[in-house]
Design a protein around this ligand. Structure first.
Ligand SMILES: [Ca+2]
Ligand SMILES: [Ca+2]
Ligand SMILES: [Ca+2]
Ligand SMILES: [Ca+2]
Length: 362
């Protein structure tokens, strides 16, 4: 049983993802009957079937299927009309299988709404992992506010960098930054770009807490490009504040916060909960889909370059970490933002130059 968090907006009813997917096709009559028990792809005595969108589409096409019984023509219509509708489908949600969708309706709806791949392609390793991480997870505690607000209405994209060639502002991120805000899905999805530009390498601790699964990436490069994502991290739900201690590269660089995991971005299921005065909702617009709370809170601390463990001092513990990492760094190995980074000068090896820098700031 999935409980979907409404977090900070407890009074808002949760919209089923189905409302968005087939809202245009729903009629009052069909909606009143769908879904009801019975496999949409098999003949049965009773009217209607168990897959909500498919049931609605078929009964819109042939009301007999919802008023009398699910005869062969209803099955034929289902096979024709319900292609791409994947919840529920064969296969355990937490296991890899060759078809899209999975058996547990609620879990399937949650994962396919967040991750479109799982709707149209196979239920791959990542769909199964997402099901393990996200389905049945209790609502997260609301992220507390109180920090400076990002000042970005969730229907706007004011701090989303230079995506799509548009020069939008980035969030100035000085040492001691404490900020909160909202991140939403949509097209384009909302991202928060924190500017970490600097003339020299710096060691930072970025701490983030969110009501949704986190996608965090550190990107090098400026508006003119090229841009390179140096590392990308994902954090599942409800684990409280998470800290990343990392070294910045000199020049223009940006930390980007979004919804997703380290493999895929989540683009839907996180609708804005504010009304855009320029485009107020029409009466028949589907309600927002809010699978999770939207709020985040982040802070930034500047550490000494040689404070490898981030404990606030440069000392024996940092020396141990440096000596343990001594030698060349394999450039083909994927960079791990969670591993202590002892290459203080960024020359691709941990050696005498780094040791000198460490001892100089002891
Ligand atoms: Ca935002
Ligand atoms: Ca933004
Ligand atoms: Ca230290
Ligand atoms: Ca070095």
């Amino acid at each position: 049983m999935i409980r979907r968090s409404t977090a900070t907006r407890g009074a808002r009813a949760i919209a089923p993802a189905t409302a968005v997917l087939v809202a245009a096709a729903i009629t009052a009559a069909a909606a009143a009957q769908c879904p009801v028990p019975g496999d949409c792809r098999e003949v049965h005595e009773t009217p209607g079937c168990e897959q909500p969108e498919c049931c609605t589409l078929v009964c819109e096409f042939d009301p007999f299927c919802c008023s009398s019984s699910w005869v062969q023509s209803c099955v034929d219509a289902a096979l024709e009309l319900c292609d791409g509708i994947s919840c529920p489908s064969d296969g355990a949600c937490d296991e890899i299988h060759p078809n899209a969708g999975c058996l547990d309706y609620e879990c399937c709806e949650l994962i396919t709404t967040l991750d479109g791949w799982c709707t149209y392609a196979a239920w791959d390793e990542l769909c199964a992992l997402e099901a393990q991480l996200l389905c049945g997870v209790a609502p997260c505690a609301s992220v507390t506010t109180g920090a400076v607000d990002e000042n970005e209405a969730c229907y706007r994209r004011l701090n989303d960098g230079w995506a799509a060639g548009v020069v939008a502002a980035r969030i100035a991120a000085p040492c001691g930054l404490a900020m909160s805000g909202k991140t939403v899905g949509g097209g384009p999805r909302d991202l928060e770009w924190f500017a970490l530009d600097g003339a020299t390498r710096r060691r930072l601790r970025f701490t983030v807490e969110a009501e949704y699964p986190i996608e965090l990436q550190y990107m090098l490069g400026d508006l003119e490009g090229p841009n390179e994502v140096k590392w990308l991290a994902g954090e599942p739900l409800c684990e409280g504040p998470r800290s990343f201690i990392f070294l910045t590269e000199p020049g223009t660089s940006t930390l980007i916060l979004g919804v997703g995991n380290e493999e895929r971005a989540y683009r839907s299921g996180m609708d804005c909960d504010e009304i855009n005065p320029d485009f107020p909702p029409e009466p028949d617009d589907p309600p927002p889909v809010t699978l999770y709370g939207l709020r985040w809170r982040a802070s930034l601390e500047c550490l000494a370059l040689a404070d490898i463990d981030g404990d606030g001092a440069v000392g024996a513990a940092d020396l141990s970490l440096l000596l343990a990492a001594w030698g060349d760094i394999d450039p083909t190995e994927e960079f791990d933002p969670r591993a202590p980074d002892a290459d203080l000068d960024g020359d691709g090896q941990v050696g005498a130059a780094d040791l000198s820098l460490l001892l100089a700031s002891w």
